[in-house]
Design a protein around this ligand. Structure first.
Ligand SMILES: Cc1cc2nc3c(=O)[nH]c(=O)nc-3n(C[C@H](O)[C@H](O)[C@H](O)COP(=O)(O)OP(=O)(O)OC[C@H]3O[C@@H](n4cnc5c(N)ncnc54)[C@H](O)[C@@H]3O)c2cc1C
Length: 379
């Protein structure tokens, strides 16, 4: 299709929405991005962007290398929560090191690229299904998407029995190593890594808990309760938890990957199509990948239904596989003793294998998928 002749409405100004708006505007389309919030902004939290996501940012011209403040990872260190000691170290993937970025910094580079590409932005606009007038409508409205319900049927969330806490804690530059430390406890785990030149520690703590099932990124939590619940954690995790003054919490829910990703002219993208638990750090990377593949499909196909079918067929198998691995990881770091000792031994012996096993995740080049036709291949 001649993308220069197309009008496009993108619903949602998160990472997926800004990326796809940019990709299509760069191909000449007339793109308007609608965001319900009064500004394009992200919550105070970190993101790990592996090489598959970095490639998209580079292809969009949003970055040429790690943007200022990014921590370039030296791998992942698994630690025993009760002693704080290292259990195993996983070196960076062969494809290159992951970047630890503040969400706001990632969104900023994308918003600047969108602006350069001529994307029009309408803020404070909550669009309901059916209300957008354009040749192509892209619903990038997040994991609790209303637009998905209109295309794929009613929302069917299932509480996982896990509650997540998140916090950003100021720290002295250099006090945290440039690695993601994963502390494995009994029925709980904590992930810790540095952000913004090491001046902040990004903390995500997961615990098994029943009876509280609220969803949402901005539900405040009580730091004293947080500290009580994770009192057994030692090492850097214990130290940072002890200094936490502001914390948020939310209950983790499972939603299946959508079966239908599109109708005649509306496509789901990012979490709206494939919400994921955060245990493989790939949700934002998948949303970035979607954006390049969808833009290439629109450019390549002769009509919109064919383009959207091509997009789904190139993306669904990979997204489903990755979401499945994240889901499988959910309990792996929470084992009670003696299972935990056995799991730690397996980790120690298999650490090298771990990063090789996930190489297909990090090695994906979303920009080459449609032209090479290799996108659907998953092991
Ligand atoms: C604790 C945690 C850690 C994570 N860590 C990582 C990580 O390290 N690496 C990684 O790759 N991913 C990670 N993720 C996943 C990642 O955050 C998401 O996959 C990603 O943000 C999805 O982007 P999105 O654009 O699809 O949706 P969202 O970021 O949810 O954006 C949706 C946007 O749409 C807007 N919107 C919603 N409805 C409407 C409407 N009707 N009209 C207009 N606007 C609307 C919203 O306001 C929002 O701005 C993590 C997730 C969690 C919970």
């Amino acid at each position: 299709m001649r993308t220069e002749d197309l009008t496009v409405a993108v619903i949602g100004g998160g990472i997926g929405g800004t990326a796809v708006a940019t990709a299509l505007a760069q191909r000449g389309a007339d793109v308007t991005l609608y965001e319900q919030a009064p500004e394009l902004s992200e919550v105070g939290a970190g993101l790990q962007i592996s090489t598959n996501g970095q490639r998209v940012l580079q292809a969009l011209g949003a970055v040429s290398g790690p943007p200022e403040g990014t921590t370039v990872s030296d791998g992942t260190v698994f630690c025993d929560a009760s002693s704080g000691r290292d259990v195993a170290r996983v070196v960076p993937p062969r494809t290159g090191p992951t970047w630890y970025m503040h969400r706001a910094d990632l969104l900023n580079v994308l918003v600047r690229a969108a602006d350069r590409a001529g994307v029009k932005v309408e803020l404070g606009k909550h669009l309901v299904p059916g209300s957008a007038q354009a040749d192509l409508v892209i619903a990038a409205d997040g994991g609790r998407s209303n637009w998905r319900s209109a295309i794929d049927g009613p929302d069917r969330p299932q509480f996982t029995g896990q509650v997540a806490w998140r916090a950003l804690v100021p720290c002295d530059p250099g006090s945290l190593p440039p690695v993601a430390q994963l502390f494995m406890g009994t029925r709980a785990h904590v992930v810790l890594y540095p952000l913004r030149g090491g001046t902040l520690a990004n903390l995500v703590a997961i615990e098994e808990r029943h009876g509280w099932i609220e969803e949402g990124w901005n539900i405040g939590g009580d730091p004293a309760e947080f500290q009580r619940r994770f009192v057994d954690f030692r090492g850097a995790a214990g130290e940072i938890i002890g200094r936490t003054k502001r914390v948020h919490q939310w209950a983790l829910h499972l939603r299946p990957v959508a079966e239908r990703w599109h109708d005649a002219n509306t496509a789901l993208l990012g979490d709206a199509a494939h919400p994921t638990l955060p245990f493989l750090a790939q949700g934002a990377c998948l949303a970035l990948e979607d954006s390049l593949v969808l833009a290439a499909a629109v450019q390549t196909a002769t009509d919109m239904p064919t383009a959207l079918a091509l997009y789904q067929s190139e993306r669904q198998a990979r997204a489903t596989r990755i979401v499945g691995i994240a889901r499988g990881n959910a309990w792996r770091f929470h084992l009670p003793k003696p299972w935990a000792w056995a799991a730690h031994l397996v980790l120690r012996l298999g650490a090298g294998h771990l990063s090789r096993r996930l190489e297909w995740v990090y090695d994906y080049d979303a920009g080459a998928v449609i032209s090479s036709g290799s996108g659907g291949s998953v092991p």
